[in-house]
Design a protein around this ligand. Sequence first.
Ligand code: IPE
Ligand code: IPE
Ligand code: MG
Length: 260
Amino acid sequence: MSNQPNLSCSNPVPRHAGAGVQSDLIPGHVAIIMDGNGRWAERQGLPRKAGHRRGVSNIRRIVELLAQRGVRVVTLYAFSTENWSRPTDEVDSLMAILAEEIGPQTRELHRAGVKLVHLGDMTPLDPALQEAIRQAQDTTRYNVGVTVNVAFNYGGRDEILQAVRRMIADGIVPEAVDESLFSRYLYTDGCPDPDLIIRTGGEQRLSNFLIWQAAYSEYYHTPVLWPDLDAEDLDRALGAYGQRQRRFGSLDVQDDPSGE
Ligand code: IPE
Ligand code: IPE
Ligand code: MG
């Protein structure tokens, strides 16, 4: 919208399901709540930050697998607006890990044709980190492979509030406000809603993730901790999705009525 760069995540990429996978059963957009890094580290007798590092190293493997299976958009929940309430040393190490990893990870993902998009509020981040995020987006903006949205300092309620503020600042009249216009003011402008939300680490909640966009998403949770999530776990999640009947409030099984 007006004061936000156009980082639309919908690329005109045909779905290409892998051998033996029926393309109509593959979710176009998979969002992942990457939870369980701390417990992974604690179980190995390591500091929590070691779990976060291990978590980052699992991103590329999972993105590649999802791409191979025909998924076009992947959204990863990496740091919530509530995660600032963790002890300072944990927050500092999460910021340091992002600062260190963003360059190398972007290079690898760029080589794989991935388009990177940040979701969330960048303003409280260190200016050098903000610049690195902008660079990652600029470098990959014309890639037509999978789009990977990284939700970092993202909160669903914060997203809705910033949308309302910008709509008021733009002088939008009440009669003009509908779901389509509102969606265009969200960080996910241009993105289809997630078809499938996977949460690792066993919790069964959204934790302020995509609360508008998840209205009709299918939900899957697994006790597997994020650093351990592998191809088999992922295929179990995709298989479960393939069994779901999506009705969107109607009595018939449907494709997403929004046409995404
Ligand atoms: C998810 O792992 C990563 C972030 C929230 C930044 P956690 O750090 O929440 O790991 P657990 O849930 O404590 O195991
Ligand atoms: C959700 O995990 C946020 C991310 C994975 C980035 P949390 O560990 O912060 O969620 P809660 O506190 O268990 O709800
Ligand atoms: Mg957690």
